[in-house]
Each structure stands twice: as C-alpha cells, then as structure tokens.
Design a protein around this ligand. Sequence first.
Ligand code: EPZ
Length: 420
Amino acid sequence: MEKLLISGPSRLEGEVRISGSKNSALPILAASLLSEGTVRISNLPHLNDVTTMIDLLNCLGVELLIDEKLGIEIHAAKIDEFTAPYELVKTMRASILVLGPLLAHFGQARVSFPGGCAIGSRPVDLHLRGLEALGATIKIDGGYIEASCENRLRGAHIFLDKVTVGGTENILMAATLAEGRTIIENAAREPEVVDLAHFLVAMGAKIEGIGSATLIIDGVEKLGDCDYKVMPDRIEAGTFLVAAAATRGRVKVKDVDPSSLESVLAKLEEAGATLEVGSDWISLDMEGRKPKAVDIHTAPYPAFPTDMQAQFTAMNSVAEGVSTVVETIFENRLIQVHEMNRMGAEIKIEGNTAFIVGTEMLTGAPVMATDLRASASLVIAGLCAQGDTLVDRIYHIDRGYECIEEKMQLLGARIRRVPD
Ligand code: EPZ
C-alpha cells in the first residue's frame, strides 16, 4: 500500500487550481437516475469516490459515455437493475444516495445498508423515515434496505429531527417526482445541497427555498435533459488555505466560490492571515507570520464546517497560543489528534472537545490516516514538522483530494508518494 512521504518544514507559496466538489458530484451523479433524458455533467473531480459512484451507475445498467476530462453523459431511463451491492457500498457510504432516485423513478430500490466509518456510526434513519413519509415501504433484509412504492410517491410535510446533508439530498431527489407538494423543514443548507437543487431544476424540477432550511418541492411527471457543471470543492480550497496559514506561506486558490467559505475565511483572518477575495479566487498571505490559535466549533452550514475541523486542528497545533476545537457533528472526528501528538503536538481530548497548546515545531514521524480529512490534516502537520513524516493508509486521501501531492509540490512542498 502506498504512503506519502513529507519532508518538513515547508512553506507553501504559489497558485493552485481547485477541482470540482466531491460532495456535490456524488449526489448529482445519483440524481441523474431521475432523468428520462440525457444529462451531461462536467467538472467532475478525478477521485476514487467519483469512480466508485460511476461504477455503481454502471452496475445499475445506466448508459454512460465518459470523455478524457471525465466529462460524463448519462442516460438512465432504461435501467433494469435496482440493487446497490454490498461490495460497492462498503467502500463508499454515499452510495445510499441512489436510494431516493431509484425509488422515485422506478418504484423500487435495494441498497446495501451502509455501515459506520472511523468518524462515527453514520446512521441513515432520517433518510428512511423521510422516504416512508413520501409513501415508500421500507424493510431491512439480509443487510439490505429494500424500498418500494406501489404507484408514485406522494408529497408530504417532513420535519428532519437533525440537519442531515445526505438525508436532505435523498428526500429532495425523491420529492421531485412525487405527486403533489413536499415541504422539507430543517433542511441542510450546505452549498453542495444547493448545487444538487440547481441540477434538479436544470432537469425540470420545481423547487423553492433553495439555500434555506425550508425546501418546497412540487413534483413533476418526469425530468429531462440537462448540461451541468459541478461547483468547485470548497473543502479542497479551504484545505490549501489552512495549509498555507499553518506553514506561514502565501497561496492563491483559483476556480473557487468565496461565498461558500465565509466561516472558514473569518477564522483564517482571526488567525492573522491577510486575505484578498475575487469572484472566483482567494489569496492568503501570512507575511511570514506564525498563525494565531483560533477556537473552532463545528455546526451545520453556514456555521463552521466539520470537514475543515481536522485541518484547523493541525494549524492550531503550531499556532501562537491555546485553542479549543469542539466537534458537534460526528462522535469520533477528533481521532487525528492521537497521531498529531505522536508528532509532538500538545492536544488533550475531553468528550467532543480538543484542548490545544500551540508548539514551536512538530517532529516528523510515521503516522496513519484514519479518514479523509484526518489524512489531509496529517499532511499539513508533516509540512509543519522538522524531518520526515510518512503517512500510511493514504487511500483515504485519494478518495477526496485530486492529485494532492502534485498540487502541494507546485506550492513548494517536499512531498512524494512512496511504495510500501
Ligand atoms: C455529508 O455526510 C458529507 N459527505 C460529509 O463529508 C460531511 O462531513 C457531512 O455531510 C456533514 O457536513 C457527502 O456529502 C458525501 P449528515 P452525511 O447526514 O450526509 C447524523 C467528507 O469528508 N445523521 O449531514 O453522511 C449523523 O450521524 C465527508 O467529505 C443521523 O443521525 O452527513 C451526523 O451526526 C465526511 N441520521 C449528522 O447527522 C441520519 O439519517 C450529520 O450527518 C443521517 C445523519
């Protein structure tokens, strides 16, 4: 299994182009199952998770054309298979997002029950309750979710007990073809949910309240063709900006939507960064200064995103001062702290809070990645460490960051992939 070798310390300087958003691409690919026509999707990131979702669509019998830039043309109207198999779902939980579209368009779906992962149990009860409210019959049999509906799904007034990105997306997709009106209260407002809603509207869906916590969907008979470009990956952009702040560097990220990162940019300014923002770019300059420690409290959008927590934990471990990081979304998402402490970080965990005392310099060490964003935070820690850091289990990082070592090398990092 390959590893990433980082020789620190490195200061990141230069420009980097941001890829399409993983967490927008995955629901949009799943939503293509709703269309009677042909959808063309561009700006898909070259990531293992996107490949897995494409494999899943193939498995369902979808007609697919993929060009050399990973632009994809999908025609799903005539599929004859409705099962998302365990072998695929176990590698990517987001496979659950085909449940709503298959049910709404074909009246049936059989999806392997997604397990938990390193960051938490990741239940899908809210997905299932929402789809049942729309009239689906759902049972669990042999580790599979078996969902069906006699005729069309029927619109309903749904109150989500918790803000759930995937739950909102599954119910939203299903509601576009349900009979009548669906109202989703306490809906997730993440930019990726907004991007999905725009894709659905482009296919002919009727959705109001996009970007708000109350989505109103008037079901239509069918959805048709569309051409759609996936939004930029705000978490990839945020990751490079935090890495620049942690290494006292100067980086410009291009092809990004600054409005999707406002809570993150506020924290970077609090850390002492000088920021400039354009229509599709953000530049950060530490002017050689050490970052100041900043307190983090994750919560649903527009508050600070949980997907940026691990990266800021790494920055705080080499920042000036003390800080707390409170993780409120997932029950086990401070797990990367233990690996950072092996690099000389001074972090204590009590419940869902990490207490961090900034140190002058970390020390390179062999470390192990546990999940996608934790692996990115270990790369950042390696950039801030004296000596070599060898990050193991980097298949996690390949799920969510396109060519991370090439992009980091372009910014001056001494980082390379090494065989086991
Ligand atoms: C999405 O996961 C993202 N993944 C995650 O990004 C992200 O961290 C998360 O949203 C929160 O923003 C994709 O979009 C593919 P949730 P999702 O449902 O939809 C609980 C990354 O690193 N919950 O919003 O699975 C759940 O346990 C990944 O790119 C229920 O209790 O997250 C969690 O505590 C990691 N019942 C909270 O809600 C449910 O039915 C938020 O989860 C569903 C969720």
